[in-house]
Design a protein around this ligand. Structure first.
Ligand code: ASP
Length: 328
């Protein structure tokens, strides 16, 4: 079939103007506020990291980066929301290890962490701590282990839902102690911390970004850190591994993603904004004061995040399956 010259010409103009519009949109990016989705409650550890980055990016670019908390189901509600968001460069997503644990934890997951997102960058690593309400009877980790084994389901263990790192750490703890506690899920460990302070729950694993202030203020008791080595911010606190729970290690890592199809020019620009934010002295101070660890430059790249996510999915699958009986 022969197409008329006019039709072909109209087609060429339409395609080239589409390319120009998209190129112009990218060149002008960002021209309106950018949303940084956090899959946990405001005031919690993931939120703290996200807000610190967002404030610095807003300051340095003059364009607002706004944190939006889309909470529920251990971070999976937020991930599904971002999967379905427009890939126009105005929605980004900050999540942690939950991106790697969800596939093993959920029989039905409405997103595929490996294929439904564009990778942007890793951000920071954060140790976890095992903390209890201030008046919890055990004086140290040794007493805690004995007490927990003796009281089992009488003990309320808080977490941020199936797939949260507090959940993963709690599951590993129950498996290591071979005991079943009563788990109490929240929309984030921000609200879980309020419940711990109010004595409604007894115990929780949570990032130093949420616990350090309370530990230093004496409002919660700390028993151990979940890292392989003791941490600078809490040098007197033992690791779980040195307390007899062999190989117990959980470090919380963070990744930034965008909906699949977001133009690479834009994800690269957002990557640059993250790198700048991580060099901002205010961000460095607040994140260091909260016990976080910077990640090497190789991880501050889309490829660094992608390969790390794959490694973590492979690592957690067997751990979760082994601890599955403690999954609730
Ligand atoms: N710390 C939470 C978790 O357990 C998440 C949060 O509230 O930021 O995954």
């Amino acid at each position: 079939m022969k197409l008329s010259k006019t039709l072909v010409a109209a087609g060429v103009i339409a395609v080239s103007s589409l390319i120009t519009v998209s190129a112009l949109a990218q060149a002008a990016w960002p021209s309106k506020p950018i949303s940084l989705v956090i899959p946990f409650a405001a005031g919690g550890p993931t939120d703290v990291v996200g807000r610190s980055l967002a404030a610095s990016m807003t300051k340095s670019t003059g364009n607002s980066v706004i944190v939006e908390n889309k909470v529920g189901a251990g971070g999976t509600v937020g991930a599904a929301y971002v999967k379905n968001a427009k890939p126009d460069g105005y929605t980004f997503f900050l999540h942690h290890n939950g991106m790697a644990t969800a596939p093993a934890l959920y029989r039905k997951l409405s997103f595929n962490p490996l294929t439904d997102f564009e990778y942007v960058s890793q951000v920071v690593d954060v140790p976890m701590t095992l903390v209890a309400r201030k008046d919890f009877p055990a004086k140290n980790i040794k007493e805690l282990i004995t007490y927990v084994k003796a009281n089992k389901t009488k003990i309320n263990l808080g977490n941020a839902g199936l797939g949260a790192v507090s959940h993963l750490c709690g599951m590993m703890l129950q498996k290591a102690l071979d005991t079943d506690l009563t788990t109490v899920p929240f929309s984030g460990t921000g609200p879980a911390m309020n419940a711990l302070l109010g004595g409604q729950i007894d115990l929780m694993c949570d990032q130093t970004t949420n616990t350090l202030g309370q530990i230093k203020g004496g409002t919660v008791k700390v028993y151990a850190v979940t890292t392989a080595k003791r941490i600078k911010a809490l040098p007197a606190v033992p690791t779980l591994a040195e307390s007899g729970l062999k190989d117990f290690e959980v470090v919380v890592w963070h990744g930034v993603y965008a909906p699949k199809g977001t133009p690479t020019e834009i994800t690269n620009k957002f990557n640059g904004m993250i790198k700048n934010a991580l060099k901002d002295p205010d961000v460095i101070k607040s994140l260091t004061d909260l016990g976080t660890e910077p990640v090497p430059a190789s991880k501050l790249t889309p490829a660094g995040l992608e390969s790390w996510l794959k490694t973590e999915i492979d690592k957690y699958g067997p751990v979760i399956r082994a601890a599955a009986q403690f999954a609730d």
